[in-house]
Design a protein around this ligand. Structure first.
Ligand SMILES: Cc1cc2nc3c(=O)[nH]c(=O)nc-3n(C[C@H](O)[C@H](O)[C@H](O)COP(=O)(O)O)c2cc1C
Length: 212
């Protein structure tokens, strides 16, 4: 297969898999290192590495579960026991789990503080995550991203020692998807998200500037 067809197949066949459907085995230590190297291949304006990943080993998952439970109780003190149990259980599902964190504050490089905008840093993290997901998919693993209000909650921030300028973005869950793959979701057509400057025919939500 030529490189474009190979890349297209890999990209088009990746699917988000719920952590409930991710079973053992997950990537081993050597495979994880290779996946993290792919994350490092992401574009990164000014080469700041404005993101990091924290692996949450099985023996530490109960601490993440507790942070989820505490975050739920902080925003809903009336939460029912089964809801709290569900929140805890979310941390226990996938064989491999990493938290993705972006750094939004000033970063010093070569004696100068680099003020790369937050949006660009998030683009870099998104690219790093996608590289990792595609690598895991190529290795035959399923993957799913999870986030939610707990990402920004004090118990989770404390657990991961987040600095004031850091934000937890999502968890990356990896494992073996044993049950049927989810159906392909319809993808947006390029004309729904692309327009040409100076031409009429705006995309669905961005009016085109047709001024000469
Ligand atoms: C930053 C981020 C956070 C996400 N968090 C969740 C989540 O909490 N729960 C969930 O079901 N899916 C989550 N997703 C996955 C999306 O639901 C999924 O990518 C989307 O449904 C499209 O499916 P696909 O990835 O198979 O194309 C997240 C995706 C991103 C990019």
């Amino acid at each position: 297969m030529n490189p474009f067809d190979l890349a297209s197949t890999l990209i088009a066949t990746r699917r988000n898999t719920s952590p409930k459907r991710l079973h053992e085995p997950g990537p081993d230590a050597a495979q994880l290192q290779r996946l993290l190297s792919l994350a490092a291949d992401a574009p990164d304006h000014a080469e700041l590495t404005p993101w990091r990943f924290v692996i949450v080993p099985t023996a530490q998952r109960h601490r993440l579960g507790e942070a989820y439970a505490q975050a739920l109780l902080a925003r809903d003190p009336q939460a029912l026991t089964h809801q709290i149990d569900d929140a805890r259980e979310k941390a226990l599902r996938a064989p491999l789990l990493l938290l993705a964190i972006v750094r939004l504050g000033p970063i010093e490089r070569d004696g100068a503080v680099r003020e790369i905008p937050a949006a660009e840093r998030l683009v870099s993290l998104g690219a790093a995550i996608q590289n990792l997901l595609l690598g895991a998919h190529a290795m035959g693993y399923g993957s799913g991203l999870t986030s939610g209000q707990a990402m920004d909650a004090a118990p989770l921030r404390r657990l991961f020692g987040l600095q004031d300028d850091e934000q937890a973005v999502c968890c990356i869950n990896l494992g073996t998807a044993r049950t049927a793959r989810p159906r392909a979701r319809p993808r947006p057509l390029p004309e729904s998200f692309v327009s040409v400057l100076g031409e009429a025919g705006a995309s669905a939500w961005a009016p085109v500037d047709t001024a000469p």
